[in-house]
Design a protein around this ligand. Structure first.
Ligand SMILES: Nc1nc2c(ncn2[C@@H]2O[C@H](COP(=O)(O)O)[C@@H](O)[C@H]2O)c(=O)[nH]1
Ligand code: MG
Length: 607
């Protein structure tokens, strides 16, 4: 089996076997053999498998027996332990948060309280935008050629390069690790030439030349743009506009679909087709309200649509529009126009009449005058305004008394945290799939760790041999006698040979590691891989989650698992020097110290 594995990867099997079994210092005896932890021999499972990954946003089709999941897609905690470890609806903490010090909890609505059924909902936006583009002069062929919409094609956190027609995935250092032009993957050389590592002008990857897929609402944009890029490249004479103009057209078309009823009227007619029902949501919100905190809804959706969605979430049948859900909140702000709501204190606020179907507006004259109760008695459904209104209405002194729960990395989370010091909880529906898959692939991760260890060992061995060569050359210059010189030359030759062999093995190991890493990532998504990782580094998305979300979880109703008075504590931070035993440089120094001690040379590690 081992020979097969080695052949698969093109290793010289004898050397690989010896390397894995014995460790590089025994495989390359010329280097001496300091004591070391042996690498676990590569398991037979270390081979290319042609599995077919199915990416999914939160859920995944599987054939194995499934434990019971609730309407939210999570496993309900049960006394009988589950056969497979799974995501249980945990709330993760980046920054400790005492719920006792939170006086007001606010919620975004879309993709926070209401989770959309991607296939149905995004298809509305996609097909609506296609029709609009044709109406605006795009060739009618796109209506057929660009169908059907694929809701699995893209993930959050990607960056669209509008000018070049590319979509990128980058790590937390903004190093582009994956890039596609349309649906054509760019090679490393092409990627590096465009984006890495010296092209300073690209470094920000922000507007106006780039757009970040910050919200699940943007996935149809990404797909439609890439499809049009592909179409333009194939039929050069059919679309003559530059890519960035195409992107602008796509953006405008999708934007209009959100405004003109293309999406919202259909959702209002059949909410169950487009929105997931979570039976635990409303009881969770009630409990938070009962805990004595002020609660508010802050959504960019307008009243009419908000009312439809909230009624559905309450469990009302389509067409039944009651106002009972308003009791869940002290204040409801619709048409909030985030992120401006969170940054511009001058915006005007209106009062909405919830008894009129379309939400008739009246002027608030912006007067709260320190008497929030009197102000709210006039009606608690408002439109627009800014954080100053909200904080006055809720009688809040500092931003740190607010916890805001939202799904949009920029508009809900980054802005509220950076600008106002609000505490934040990011809703990431994708977490369910991400964690389930992560738990399922522990063996793969162990194998990858071992391969990285092997790569580091070879690196270290080469470095060590180079270092010894350097020492030998220095000694040669001290005019030794001919006999000693001959022995020295033989040793130098052996060292050179070792370096050469190890260099070529290193290339093979690196290639195998890259292939295995890709295969591992494909478990999560066949193209874009793990949402939180790029290679084995945190992705840009993960970095932003860490930086801006005090807490994150897959859905709001996970709050039901804990008391409203809980203290969320984060785990200890780890710097590279906190993981000293895993540090490759430490291994090098320890080994050198051992060798120099036995050979009586100067102890460089100590010097
Ligand atoms: N005009 C546009 N509206 C959009 C777009 N993408 C999403 N939306 C709408 O925003 C709200 C989001 O509400 P929130 O509760 O998450 O604040 C919702 O009504 C979406 O339909 C867009 O591109 N243009
Ligand atoms: Mg939202």
């Amino acid at each position: 089996m081992f020979v097969q594995v080695a052949r698969l990867y093109g290793f010289s099997s004898r050397l690989l076997w010896r390397t894995c079994r014995l460790g590089v210092h025994q495989a390359y005896p010329v280097l001496g053999s300091p004591r070391r932890r042996p690498v676990t021999p590569l398991a037979p499972a270390w081979r290319l498998s042609h599995h077919k990954p199915v990416a999914s946003r939160g859920k995944r089709k599987r054939s194995a027996p499934q434990p019971e999941r609730n309407g939210s897609g999570e496993v309900e905690p049960t006394l009988v332990s589950s056969p497979e470890p799974r995501y249980l609806g945990e709330i993760f903490c980046n920054r400790s948060l005492k719920m006792r010090s939170i006086k007001a909890i606010g919620f975004d609505m879309d993709y926070t309280l209401a989770h959309y059924k991607a296939e149905n909902f995004e298809t509305l936006a996609y097909e609506g935008a296609l029709r609009r583009l044709v109406h605006a002069g795009y060739p009618s062929e796109v209506l057929t050629e660009l169908q059907p919409y694929d809701p699995q094609a893209y993930i959050r956190g990607l960056v669209i390069d509008k000018k070049r027609g590319n979509v990128l995935k980058m790590d937390r250092h903004k190093y582009v690790k994956l890039a596609f032009h349309g649906f054509q993957r760019l090679s490393k050389k092409e990627r590096d030439a465009l984006y890495n590592p010296t092209a300073v002008t690209w470094a920000s990857f922000s507007e106006p030349d780039f757009a970040v897929v910050d919200t699940l609402f943007s996935l149809p944009d990404a797909y439609l743009f890439s499809k049009l890029v592909e179409f333009k490249d194939r039929y050069l004479d059919l679309i003559e506009k530059p890519y960035e103009q195409i992107y602008r057209d796509v953006r405008r078309a999708v934007d209009l679909c959100h405004r003109d009823g293309t999406i919202k009227q259909r959702v209002a007619q059949e909410p169950a087709k487009y929105i997931e029902y979570d039976p635990h949501l409303i009881p969770t919100l009630r409990r938070l309200k009962r805990s004595g905190r002020k609660t508010f809804l802050l959504t960019n959706s307008l009243w009419e649509y908000t009312n439809v969605v909230m009624n559905f979430l309450m469990g009302n049948p389509p067409g039944v529009l009651e106002l009972a859900w308003l009791d869940l909140f002290d204040v409801v702000i619709v048409g909030a126009n985030k992120p401006a709501f969170l940054t511009d204190p001058r915006l005007w606020m209106y009062r909405v009449d919830p008894t009129s179907l379309e939400g008739k507006l009246s002027n608030t004259e912006g007067v709260i005058d320190g008497n929030a109760e009197a102000f709210l008695r006039e009606g608690k459904v408002l439109q627009g305004g800014s954080y100053t209104h909200l904080q006055e209405i809720l009688s809040l002194n500092t931003g740190s008394e607010v916890l805001y729960v939202g799904d949009h990395m920029f508009s809900d989370i980054l802005r509220s945290k950076r600008q106002l010091g609000w505490r934040t909880m990011l809703i990431i529906p994708e977490l369910t799939h991400e964690i389930d898959e992560m738990l399922r692939s522990e063996n793969d991760r162990q194998r990858l760790r071992e391969m990285r260890f092997l790569r580091d060992e070879l690196d270290e061995m080469i470095d060590r041999a180079e270092w010894e060569l350097h020492c030998e050359y220095e000694r040669s210059e001290q005019l030794p006698d001919p006999e000693t010189e001959r022995t020295r030359m033989r040793r130098i030759d052996a060292l050179r040979q070792s370096v050469e062999t190890a260099e070529s093995e290193l290339q093979v190991v690196k290639a195998a590691l890259a292939a295995e890493t890709e295969r591992y990532h494909q478990r999560f998504h066949p193209v874009w891989g793990q949402l939180f990782k790029t290679g084995y580094q945190n992705s840009r998305f993960a970095e932003q989650v860490e930086q801006y979300a005090c807490l994150y979880t897959s859905r709001v109703s996970n709050l039901r698992f804990v008391s409203p008075e809980i203290t969320f504590r984060c785990m200890s931070d780890q710097c590279p020097h906190d993981r000293l035993s895993e540090n490759p440089m430490r291994r090098i120094l320890e080994r050198r110290r051992q060798t120099t001690k036995t050979s009586g040379e100067v102890d460089i590690a100590a010097s």
